[in-house]
Design a binder for this molecule. Structure first.
Ligand code: MN
Length: 712
């Protein structure tokens, strides 16, 4: 592993993606600085300094017009002329370096133009109006946003309020944040000229705000270098120890051979034999990553110092590579993660796996396409200009608007609804401190990003905003679940919404609300609905909880009404009957179909029977749950075979006061047995407790709702 690639103080780290463009010379920022000092020698040729930026830009965007960059450079250079950095270098070296960082990441022309000008309005005579007139509204908007952000870091007074303004200022465009991140990276690289206390203060802000932002925006290259720079300043001793570990490993590898290189050769051989075109490279871990692994595993071995990266052409090739590696090498299956099928919140896509070597070392392998790699390295910067013609069709849910990723939209929503600045600020910091997000799915296939540890309550508020006050239950992966259920990456969540206006959030939801959005909404509701000490509930009518079985038939698009009202049947003469195929119970989402004799049969919305009725064009009518009555439900209990299981299960059911209508027991296969019970509950709200009681029976490992009733 080369020392250069692991030294965070080497600016060339940003060119980690350059193995794909390895013919391009690496750009030396010092040379750039000298070129800038010399300035535009002749107006008729491109100044050397901006020439490097244009070259880096064209490597990603061969058709880009360099003229606007040249003009921006000339304005920046002439207006900053005479200003010096603390290091003694001409000031223009800073915007140039920042722009070069962004150009190498593949940023589009508008971002680069704004980046060249990013300090002009703050520090020179140039006005925003002038920028707008010469370079257009978009550039003006970006420069304005960066100027505002600049004030955020250094104006400690009224910081929360400023931060809110910053979010508003940049909310429409994450390109502002990209420039800010590159700006911070260059300032961090050149921090050694500052006083020690100032270095530490800037490093802490970088750690608390900028690094989480880089993570959120998926700009891995900037994030890792910033992490190492912060590490070196805030933990110099541990940084030094880590540096020695890495150097020691490099010496050992040079002497005894490098485990990762050998593994990479094996991988190449396997893929060559399988006829799969792939590029296999070794990615050294950065210092912070080595440090983390060292703390986790203690003694580090050769394979721990880096990871193997396999780059292929097509998505499908990723799985082909995985298949070959898992067949021909020894996979560590527990290390397998599929971030292609279930991408992380920040656009990152890859397959992760690991292979065990004969000597017991485990080498981690990342598999991705070249395009995924570009996004993994540069995140939102790689997405290009969202306003350009032909920019991606926003049909992709959470990822629809690259300038406003889902979490940013949420921040902006909260800042509107949080009246109290301190609450907003503390919840924002909490949110940025979340290590990672999980992705959950809705039954309709839509995806939703949530912080790790989020519950169904959080999902409800993320999806429905304040309408989530009416949430009455949830299904996770098809199973009824309490709202407090903590969601896992990849779960499918269906939220069951009450139909009544008087629905209210429960005070205890606060205990399960993890996200600022949910906490702010619930707290706000509680603040405006002081509780009645007599009943312990809010002063208004208590929320109607799912009461019981008898579904009432109501006309389409019914006006919501409290269930406590005595509701005659809305359309006189019609009765409702629960369908036998899916045995709906509250709070299932239900739909009804008019059948012979004016009777409405009620199905769960996802029931195949309902789909058949619909395709047969049977009249579909709106139905909702009433407040009284019994209900019938069919449950399947999956268990390990053991004596007395049937007796114990039926006893547990009886103890819950539930009558068994019918039961079937399938013959055991491989020591497992399935019992199916059709049960009559006095109160549908009792179902979760019943299912819990059944799960508590020894040997039972799962209880779920069945699609079909047990045979009579
Ligand atoms: Mn700057």
């Amino acid at each position: 592993m080369s020392a250069e690639a692991t030294n965070p103080l080497t600016p060339a780290t940003v060119t980690t993606a350059s193995h794909r463009r390895k013919n391009r010379p690496r750009i030396d920022l010092r040379r750039l600085g000298r070129a800038a000092v010399l300035g535009p020698a002749a107006r008729d040729r491109l100044p050397d300094a901006i020439g490097h930026v244009v070259e880096a830009h064209r490597a990603h965007h061969p058709d880009a017009d360099p003229d606007i960059l040249r003009r921006a450079y000339l304005l920046a250079e002439s207006s900053h002329r005479g200003q010096m950095r603390k290091s003694g270098e001409p000031y223009i070296t800073h915007p140039l370096a920042v722009t070069l960082i962004l150009a190498e990441l593949g940023a589009e022309t508008t971002t680069l133009t704004a980046s060249l000008l990013h300090d002009t309005v703050e520090d020179t005579e140039v006005t925003l109006e002038q920028v707008g007139a010469e370079f257009g509204e978009e550039v003006r908007y970006l420069v304005d946003g960066v100027t505002k952000l600049e004030k955020v870091d250094y104006g400690a007074a009224a910081e929360p309020e400023t931060f809110r303004k910053m979010l508003v200022a940049t909310g429409n465009d994450v390109r502002v944040m990209s420039i800010k991140l590159a700006d911070r990276l260059h300032n961090m690289r050149t921090l050694s000229v500052m006083r020690r206390e100032k270095q530490e203060r800037i490093a802490k802000v970088t750690r608390d705000v900028l690094i989480p932002l880089a993570e959120r925006l998926g700009v891995q290259v900037l994030k890792t270098e910033l992490e190492d720079l912060v590490f070196a300043i805030l933990h110099p001793e541990e940084y030094e120890r880590t540096r020695e570990l890495i150097a020691g490993n490099a010496d050992r590898a040079a002497r005894d051979g490098d485990t990762l290189s050998e593994t990479a050769d094996e991988v190449r051989g396997v893929l060559r034999e399988a006829g799969i075109q792939a590029e296999v490279v070794i990615r050294p871990r950065h210092h912070v990553s080595v440090h983390r692994v060292a703390r986790k595993r203690g003694q580090l071995r050769g394979a721990d110092f880096g990871r193997i990266l396999v780059l292929v052409g097509e998505d499908a090739d990723c799985y082909a590579v995985l298949g070959e590696l898992h067949t021909c090498l020894t996979p560590v299956v527990s290390e397998f993660k599929d971030f292609i099928a279930v991408p992380k919140f920040n656009l990152y896509q890859s397959l992760h796996t690991a292979v065990a070597r004969p000597d017991g070392q485990v080498a981690e392998v990342l598999i991705r396409t070249h395009q995924m790699h570009r996004v993994a390295e540069a995140g939102v910067v790689a997405l290009g200009n969202p306003y350009a013609p032909g920019a991606d069709d926003p049909s992709d849910g959470e990822r629809a608007d690259p300038t406003r990723p889902g979490w940013l939209s949420r921040l902006l929503d909260w800042q509107e609804s949080a009246q109290d600045t301190d609450m907003f600020w503390s919840t924002l910091r909490e949110d940025l401190a979340q290590d990672r997000e999980i992705t959950v799915f809705r039954p309709d296939g839509g995806a939703l990003g949530l912080p790790e540890g989020a519950s169904c309550v959080d999902a409800a508020y993320a999806l429905y905003g304040e309408d989530a006050h009416a949430c009455i239950g949830a299904r996770v992966n098809g199973r009824l679940a309490t709202l407090s259920t903590v969601l896992k990456d990849g779960d499918t969540v269906q939220l069951l919404m009450g139909q009544d206006v008087a629905s209210e959030p429960s005070r205890e939801w606060l205990e399960h609300a993890h996200t600022p959005g949910a906490r702010i909404a619930i707290q706000r509701w509680l603040a405006t609905h002081p509780s009645d000490p007599g009943t312990g509930t809010a002063a208004e009518d208590p929320a109607p909880r799912p009461g019981g079985g008898g579904a009432r038939h109501v006309p389409d698009a019914p006006a919501p009404r409290p269930a406590s009202e005595s509701v005659v049947v809305d359309r006189p003469g019609t009765g409702a009957r629960l369908a036998r195929c899916c045995t709906p119970v509250p709070p299932d989402e239900i739909t009804g179909f008019l059948v012979r004799g004016g009777v409405v049969t009620v199905h769960r919305v996802e029931c195949a029977g309902a789909a058949r009725m619909r395709s047969a064009e049977r009249a579909e009518v709106g139905v909702r749950w009433g407040d009284t009555g019994e209900c019938r439900v069919t449950l399947v209990a999956e268990s390990f075979q053991r004596p007395h299981l049937l007796a114990d299960l039926t006893e547990a059911i009886a103890l819950e006061g539930v009558a068994i209508v019918s039961a079937t027991v399938e013959p055991p296969t491989q020591q497992r047995v399935r019992h199916t019970y059709t049960l009559q509950l006095p109160d549908a709200a009792h179902l979760p407790a019943l299912m819990r009681a059944m799960r508590d029976v020894a040997g039972v490992y799962d209880v779920g709702r069945a699609q079909h009733p047990a045979a009579q």
